[in-house]
Design a protein around this ligand. Structure first.
Ligand SMILES: C[C@](O)(C(=O)O)[C@H](CC(=O)O)C(=O)O
Ligand SMILES: [Mg+2]
Length: 304
């Protein structure tokens, strides 16, 4: 049964792995998982970690990314994803769902959900996507209070608290660097440098800040899409592809639905689909026989 239904690696070990990865000199690549099944694929392909995006989660609920989702919803979604993967899971906790005490509660809930780390951002409530104009940030001292509350609350010292600064797009990169230094002093383990534009900006940030850095390679935003290898050369420690799997899936879903609508059949889409046999392989369907031989007692014909 080992590894079926739920992953075998404990949350404690996953947090140790994330810490070790962040100080390894090898960039940790964390694609966003839109659901637990996607997290299984991320693990199978060989990435170092899994990201849970607030933007993708709210979009999946049919909502914009403007702070409408709740602590409970995000934690439950994250718990399901963390439960099926041996990889560390980093989650998007927006502004911490309220005042500093709520940020502390978010950390406790995330620990209980088996998550390896979370990021808190310095935007005002209600927050918005970091790649949109018109966002606003709280004073540095307020974000420091948010972070101190989070850092003090954690029970597992290896739980990663990542501080995201949205300041570059508002007050410029120098102000963002100053904030990052204050956030590191407040106990942040990792800095998420939101919405930088070019390699030169990423390099400038790297030169100025001593602790690990995370890059956000989200599509159709403010940042150039810089390959992981280049980010690693610059000295970044982690990179997220937060909404990529949602955009890939939704692009394919829209094309497929339009074709069915126009032609009356999905026949032309079959070679773009994950086959039944590939799905079953990913789910390790056959191994569930170990538990109950009545579950996988059939064979699949060709082309499935
Ligand atoms: C990383 C992010 O916070 C997310 O929710 O995934 C978003 C990504 C996006 O909207 O493209 C962000 O604010 O950058
Ligand atoms: Mg977000």
């Amino acid at each position: 049964m080992s590894g079926l239904i739920a992953a075998t690696t404990s949350a404690v070990d996953k947090r140790k792995a994330l810490r070790a990865g962040l100080s390894s000199g090898t960039i940790q690549r964390l694609p966003g998982a839109i659901n637990p099944l996607t997290a299984k694929l991320i693990q199978e392909i060989g990435f170092e970690g899994v990201y849970v995006s607030g933007g993708a989660f709210s979009a999946g609920l049919g909502l914009p990314d403007i702070g409408l989702t709740t602590l409970t919803e995000v934690i439950e979604h994250s718990r399901q994803i963390a439960g099926v993967t041996d990889l560390p899971v980093l989650i998007d906790a927006d502004t911490g769902f309220g005042e500093p005490m709520s940020a502390a509660r978010t950390v406790l809930a995330a620990e209980d959900a088996g998550v390896a780390g979370l990021h808190l951002e310095d935007q005002v409530n209600p927050k918005r996507c970091g790649h949109l104009d018109g966002k606003a940030i709280v004073p540095t001292a307020e974000m420091v209070r948010r972070l101190r509350a989070a850092v003090t609350a954690r029970r597992d010292p290896n739980f990663v608290i990542c501080a995201r600064t949205d300041a570059a797009g508002i007050d410029g990169i120098d102000a963002a660097i100053e904030r990052a230094k204050a956030y590191a002093d407040a106990g942040a383990d990792l800095i998420f440098t939101e919405a930088l534009h070019t390699e030169a900006e990423f390099a400038k940030f790297r030169a100025a800040v001593d602790i690990p850095l995370l890059a956000n390679m989200t599509e159709f935003g403010k940042s150039k899409l810089i390959p992981a290898r280049v980010l690693e050369e610059i000295g970044y420690n982690a990179v997220i592809y937060p909404v990529t799997t949602l955009r890939l899936a939704m692009g394919a879903i829209e094309r497929g639905l339009r074709e069915i609508h126009e032609t009356g059949t999905q026949e032309g889409q079959l070679d773009r689909m994950q086959t039944r046999s590939r799905l079953y392989e990913l789910l390790e369907y056959e191994r569930y026989n170990e538990f109950d031989s009545g579950i996988f007692n059939f064979t699949l014909g060709g082309n499935q």
